[in-house]
Design a protein around this ligand. Structure first.
Ligand code: SF4
Length: 491
C-alpha cells in the first residue's frame, strides 16, 4: 500500500543539475527518478526484475521507518520480497540490548553466503545500532561486503545513497549526530491497508540509566501539528481506519514547537478527522501523563481503551537508580485515576527484573504494584547490560538471582492478567478484523479497543472492518468469540 507517490513530488532537473541538499524533498525525488531509470535498464540487461528485502528489528518506530524505506525502494523500481536472497538487502537495526547487536552480526554472515552466488547483491544497514561508532567500526572492519551504512537521522537520504552505491563502487558510510529533516515526505509502503503508524516526535530526553535510545535517537523534537494532521488526513483518504501515534514519550509532545501544543490537544485534533475510527498511541512515560490527557481519552470514544504505561520497577530505590523520575505512590495514584476516569481501559506495562542492586524486597514492591493495578498484560524482561549506558557500569546481579526475580514477577503478572481477561467473558465489544488466523482455518484475528486479541469465524473480506463480537472462550491472553448479528458494526 503506497503513500506519497514520488511521481507527484517535484523532480526538477531530473537529468540536469542535482537539487541542493537544503531542498531535500526535490533532491531525493531527483535521485528516485535517476534510480528508476537505472533499475529499469539493469532489469532489461539481467532479463529479470531487481529485488529488494528490508528486515526490521526492534520497535514500532523502526517498523514505520521501514515502511518509508520500502516505499523508496519500490519507487526506484525494486520488487520487494521477504526473502533475503535479494539484489538489495537492508537491515533496519535495533540496539536496545547487547544481544540485539549480536543478532545482527549473526545474520550478516548468512547474507555473505547469498552474495557468493549473486555478486550484484548490495547489503546495507541503518537504524539505531548504526548510531554507535563501535558497531560501525566493527562492520567496516569485519564485514567488507556491506556497501552502505547510515543512521537514524538520515533515513530520508536513501535515494541518494542508493545512487552512490550503484554508481561509485565505493562504500557509503553516513552517520549523522542530528538533523532537522525527517523522512515524513518519503513514499511509504505500508504493511496494512487499514492501519498505520504516524510518527509525532523523535528522540528522548529522559536518559533512563539502562536505555541507549537517547544516545542513538537524540533529543526530543516534535513534528509540526499541521504536518501530522495532514498525514493522518491523507491516510484516512487512502482507507486507513486505525492510527498509532508514535514517539519514545508522546506525553512530551509539543515542548520543542514554536507554538507549543500538548499531546492531549493534538489527540483531540486527530479525533476530529473523518474516516479514522480508532486511535492508539505509544509510548507514555508515567512521569508526565497528564489529567488533561486522561480527560481527553475519556471524552473521545475513538481513542483506544488501552494505555501502555511502563512501570519498570515498583521499588522507589530502583526507580531512582533507573533515573525514572517517579515513585511507586505516583504510579499507583496515576493508574487509579486512569481506571477511575476511563471505564474498560486496559493498562499494560513493561517491567525489568534483575536490575543492578535489586533485592527480594524490591521485587516485593514490584509485585505489590502488579497486584494493586492488576495489569491486563506486562512485557517482563530480564535486565541485560547495554554498553554505553550508566547502568552498564553498575555492579550486576548474578544471572540466577535475575532469573529468580524474573520468575516471581512473571507469575504475579500472569495471575493478574488472567483475572482481568476472565472478567470480560460473555461481554460484547467492537473488534477490528486484522488478519486471517494462522492457526485456525476459517477464522480471522481481530483486536479490541483495549488491545485484547479475539479469534472469530470469518474470511479475508472481513479484514480491515469492525465487527461486534461476543467473547465466548478465554484462552489466557486471547479469546475465541462470535460475531453478533453477522453485520459489520455501524461505523
Ligand atoms: S523514556 Fe527512558 S526507556 Fe523510554 S526511550 Fe526514553 S530513555 Fe529509553
Amino acid at each position: 500500500m503506497t503513500e506519497n507517490d514520488p511521481c507527484k513530488l517535484n523532480i526538477q532537473g531530473a537529468d540536469g543539475e542535482v537539487p541542493s541538499p537544503e531542498n531535500s524533498e526535490a533532491r531525493q525525488a531527483y535521485f528516485i527518478r535517476r534510480m528508476q531509470a537505472y533499475v529499469a535498464d539493469k532489469s532489461l540487461t539481467m532479463r529479470r526484475p531487481l529485488t529488494a528485502c528490508i528486515v526490521t528489528f526492534g520497535c514500532q518506530m523502526n517498523a514505520r521507518d521501514s515502511e518509508k524505506l520500502a516505499g523508496v525502494l519500490k519507487a526506484c523500481g525494486f520488487v520487494l520480497q521477504d526473502d533475503e536472497n535479494a539484489d538489495f538487502v537492508l537491515y533496519n537495526t535495533c540496539t536496545v540490548r547487547d544481544n540485539a547487536d549480536q543478532h545482527v552480526y549473526g545474520r550478516l554472515g548468512r547474507l555473505h553466503e547469498y552474495r557468493r552466488s549473486n555478486s550484484f547483491m548490495k547489503v546495507a544497514l541503518c537504524g539505531c545500532m548504526m548510531q554507535q561508532s563501535s558497531c560501525v567500526e566493527k562492520i567496516r572492519r569485519s564485514y567488507p561486503f556491506v556497501s552502505l551504512i547510515f543512521g537514524t537521522y538520515n533515513i530520508y537520504c536513501l535515494p541518494e545513497y542508493l545512487w552512490e552505491v550503484y554508481h561509485s563502487r565505493k562504500r557509503v558510510i553516513e552517520i549523522w549526530d542530528g538533523s532537522e529533516q525527517t523522512s515524513d515526505a518519503l513514499p511509504a509502503e505500508r504493511k496494512f491497508s487499514f492501519k498505520s503508524g504516524v510518527n509525532i516526535m523523535y528522540g528522548c530526553n529522559n536518559f533512563c540509566s539502562y536505555c541507549i535510545v537517547p544516545y542513538v535517537r537524540g533529543r526530543e523534537r516534535s513534528r509540526e501539528p499541521e504536518d501530522i494532521l495532514r498525514e493522518v488526513r491523507r491516510l484516512a483518504a487512502s482507507g486507513v481506519k486505525e492510527i498509532m501515534l508514535l514517539g519514545q514519550n508522546v506525553n512530551s509532545y509539543g515542548k520543542t514547537l514554536e507554538h507549543p501544543l500538548t499531546f492531549a490537544q493534538l489527540l483531540e485534533e486527530v479525533c476530529a478527522i473523518d474516516g479514522i475510527e480508532r486511535i492508539r498511541f505509544m509510548s507514555s512515560h508515567p512521569k508526565d501523563l497528564s489529567d488533561e490527557l486522561i480527560d481527553t481519552i475519556a471524552r473521545n470514544p475513538k481513542v483506544a481503551r488501552h494505555i501502555h504505561l511502563a512501570l519498570q520497577s515498583g521499588s522507589d530505590r530502583i526507580l531512582t537508580a533507573m533515573n525514572r523520575h517517579y515513585t511507586k505512590a505516583h504510579f499507583l495514584d496515576l493508574a487509579g485515576r486512569i481506571r477511575g476516569c476511563i471505564p474498560d481501559v486496559a493498562i499494560t506495562t513493561d517491567i525489568i527484573a534483575g536490575f543492578p542492586g535489586e533485592t527480594a524486597e524490591d521485587v516485593d514492591e514490584t509485585i505489590d504494584v502488579i497486584e494493586k493495578v492488576k495489569f491486563e498484560n506486562a512485557y517482563t524482561f530480564i535486565y541485560s547490560v547495554r554498553s554505553g549506558t550508566p547502568a552498564a557500569k553498575m555492579v550486576q546481579l548474578p544471572e540466577e538471582v535475575k532469573k529468580e526475580n524474573f520468575d516471581r514477577i512473571l507469575s504475579a503478572v500472569q495471575a493478574s492478567s488472567k483475572e482481568r481477561a476472565l472478567a470480560l467473558q460473555g461481554r460484547c465489544f467492537e473488534a477490528l478484523a486484522e488478519s486471517l488466523d494462522e492457526q485456525q482455518p476459517g477464522y480471522v484475528t481481530g483486536r479490541l479497543s483495549d488491545n485484547m486479541i479475539v479469534h472469530f469465524r470469518g474470511d479475508a473480506s472481513m479484514i480491515g472492518h469492525f465487527y461486534q463480537v461476543r467473547l465466548d472462550e478465554c484462552r489466557g491472553f486471547y479469546y475465541f468469540g462470535t460475531v453478533i448479528n453477522g453485520q459489520e458494526s455501524a461505523e
